[in-house]
Ligand binder design. Structure first.
Ligand code: NAP
Length: 524
């Protein structure tokens, strides 16, 4: 039997009981390790994090905590090669795709270290200026943001075991809030290993960082009113979390990042042969294939002017045909596996649903697998579908297939296109492709209320734009409606989730003592 990975719980390494759940190499089918959270004393672990971890972190200034983040990022950098080995084996994706997760994590930590240092030795954030409450200014109010005195529980999805931890932990630890992470079971190894390296480095105070691998049973029950919960995963699990008594009755603050039917939209001025057209084609192919399409931000719906539909189908299909699929250890392979055979079954099921309302423009089934056994590996080629009557294809706008699948759709007018994009009922990101700055800006504003991020690609940014699906720590990550209604990152904006805002009403002489302890709360 493979080794059981220990949990870092209540300040020490502890093994769960029972045989544990196996983690599987999704290409070779081998068992890699096992995880179990059975038998852990959950109350004890939460209390240790809340009390020991919280107290120690809150005793530090923002600058000191930012230095801790800088130290964590150096520890991760030092073990980077080991992370690639784990990720290739456990996630089944190529080295380049694993880098999106691992290097994205290290980069995000580094950014928060830099931004945090700018907050200096303060322990409180001042939100705006004092407001007069009496006519002569003898009584006034000032808003402060202080770290919440609870824990931050992260329940994460399988597709970003590295970045998913650190994009949340960086703002939490910088805020002075201890972290408990429960990674998705399928890919828990990388998260567990990163926590083990950081704990071994002895950088963080005891209780600041805990990891529990395996079942989530009991974790939400242990949450108390000042704790916060950040969840990333499916809409079904999100619905269970929203109705849990911790959230519904104890008002635990919750952030949810869930499914999203992200769009790419070619503006009417961008005909085949224009640079904008080529940029859309390249981005769609990249988004469909990076991490085998298992990115919450991946492009799922592609809208082009009616006259461009056939040319777009041909150009995207031709590029997809060149994607080699199979064992990520083979250097010729461009796209590895899905995370598991279960996800493969789920993608096939989703494809069958979409196929009921679409045509197949490029069939993923036409890709022979490189060094991978189709009976064992969770590999599937990229599939481009087409819906010539997008208004009638309801499933395309409400079914997220979490794999290398996208649907191309024609539109007759820009208004119709914008309305179709909005049929996603709230998404993480939409990208726009065109050359007319005014038209691009107007379309961006028209989509801003239903998207956490609008990524605009015009010829002048062709070589330097950051990519439709890449989540930069500077920019908001999250989206309304179906996307879960959450907000993460966005520079120092992320700190708001881990702080409580309070209005202190007092005489000016009292308020004067607040200012020296704080620093101005600015989002950047
Ligand atoms: P999932 O099945 O909902 O699982 C997410 C996490 O929730 C896992 O850690 C899972 O643990 C845990 N969980 C399962 N049931 C639970 C329960 N009853 N109570 C508490 N926790 C529970 O989602 P997934 O399949 O891992 O992830 C894929 C989905 O995540 C996709 O739909 C994707 O769109 C979404 N996603 C969104 C974002 C975003 O930022 N918006 C990012 C990445 C992924 P176990 O693994 O142990 O079951």
């Amino acid at each position: 039997m493979t080794p059981l990975l220990p949990n870092h719980w209540a300040g020490r390494w502890q093994y769960g009981t029972g045989p544990g759940t196996p983690l599987i190499d999704p290409v070779l089918g081998h068992e890699l390790a096992r995880v179990s959270s059975e038998g852990l004393d959950l109350e004890q672990g939460f209390a240790h994090a809340r009390e020991a971890g919280g107290r120690a972190l809150r005793a530090l200034s923002y600058r000191e905590r930012a230095d801790l983040l800088g130290g964590v990022s150096e520890v991760l950098q030092a073990h980077r090669e080991a992370y690639f080995e784990i990720a290739i084996a456990n996630s089944g994706t190529t080295r380049k795709d694993c880098g999106v997760d691992i290097d994205g994590a290290i980069y995000t930590l580094g950014q928060y270290a830099r931004w945090g240092r700018s907050l200096g030795q303060a322990r409180v954030l001042l939100d705006g200026e004092a407001a007069r409450l009496a006519r002569d200014g003898a009584f006034a109010c000032r808003h402060v943001l202080v770290p919440t005195r609870g824990v931050a529980l992260f329940i994460n999805a399988f597709n970003f075991p590295a970045w998913g931890l650190w994009e949340k932990a960086a703002p939490a630890l910088l805020s002075g809030v201890p972290v408990i992470v429960k990674p998705a079971t399928a890919t828990a190894w990388l998260t567990q290993r990163m926590v083990a390296d950081v704990v071994a480095a002895g950088l963080l105070p005891p209780g600041a960082l805990s990891v529990v691998c395996g079942s989530s049973r009991g974790l939400l029950d242990a949450l108390q009113p000042f704790d916060v919960l950040s969840f990333t995963g499916s809409a079904q699990t999100a619905a269970l979390i929203r109705s849990h008594p911790a959230v519904a009755q104890r008002s635990v603050r919750v952030n949810i990042e869930a499914d999203s039917l992200n769009s790419a939209l070619l503006l009417p001025d961008a005909a085949p042969g224009t640079e904008a057209f080529e940029l859309l084609v390249a981005e769609v192919v990249r988004e469909m294939t990076v991490k085998s399409g298992q990115k919450c931000t991946a492009i799922r719906r592609v809208f082009v002017p009616q006259a461009c539909f056939d040319a777009a189908a041909e150009a995207i299909g031709a590029r997809l045909a060149r994607i080699t699929v199979g064992n990520p250890r083979n250097e010729t392979v461009r796209m590895g596996a899905l995370v598991s055979r279960e996800q493969l079954a789920s993608v096939r099921e989703g494809l069958a649903v979409l196929r009921g309302q679409t045509d197949v423009l490029h069939d993923g089934g036409s890709h022979a697998l490189v060094e991978a056994d189709p009976a064992v590996a969770a590999c599937i080629g990229p599939t481009l579908l087409g819906a010539r009557d997008p208004g009638a294809a309801a499933r395309v706008h409400d079914t997220e297939v979490f794999g290398p699948v996208a649907t191309l759709m024609p539109y007759r007018s820009l208004d119709e296109a914008l309305a179709l994009v909005r049929r996603g009922e709230g998404s993480l990101v939409a990208s726009l492709y065109g050359a007319e700055p005014r038209a691009l800006a107007d379309a961006a504003l028209a989509l801003a209320d239903s998207h956490g991020r609008v990524h605009v690609v015009s010829p002048e940014v062709a070589a330097m734009h950051t990519g439709h699906g890449n989540v930069m720590p500077h920019s908001l990550h999250g989206g309304p409606g179906r996307a879960g209604g959450g907000e993460e990152l966005g520079g120092l904006r992320a700190l708001a989730f881990y702080h409580r805002r309070s209005a202190v009403q007092a005489a000016p002489a009292v308020l004067a003592h607040l200012a020296p302890q704080g620093t101005a709360w600015t989002a950047d």
